[in-house]
Design a protein around this ligand. Structure first.
Ligand SMILES: [Zn+2]
Length: 116
């Protein structure tokens, strides 16, 4: 546990400590009562309390990098939206085939961003 706390940049709280504590908390009673597990859960809980107390502020720049594999007009429109630092929302109205096309390219890309 001490190693984990000292190396907080390596063991990022949001990516490692909190998910580990969640898994431990879902484990058997014996595991949850184990001292290091209880300490890890306490650290995760403290971290979450600090994160919850942070003021929510919108990003100053809404632009996002995109790597869409298509350059059709609809995908170019989506790419332009993603590159726009001001627009928060993109509304796309088109025939079902075009919507499906954009979704088929955009959804895996969005999922890949969430897993980073
Ligand atoms: Zn396209």
């Amino acid at each position: 546990m001490d190693h984990l706390l000292v190396w907080s940049e390596t063991f990022a709280a949001d990516a490692i400590v909190v998910p580990a504590a969640l898994q431990l908390s879902e484990g058997a009673d014996e595991l949850r009562r184990w001292g290091p597990a209880r300490r890890l859960c306490a650290v995760a809980f403290d971290h979450l309390e600090q994160r919850i107390a942070e003021a929510l502020t919108p990003p100053s720049d809404f632009a996002r990098a995109s790597a869409l594999a298509c350059s059709c007009p609809h995908c170019r429109d989506l790419a332009a939206f993603l590159a726009d630092p001001v627009r928060k929302v993109w509304t796309f109205k088109a025939a079902e085939a075009h919507c499906s096309h954009v979704e088929s390219l955009a959804i895996p890309w969005i999922a890949s961003l969430r897993s980073q």
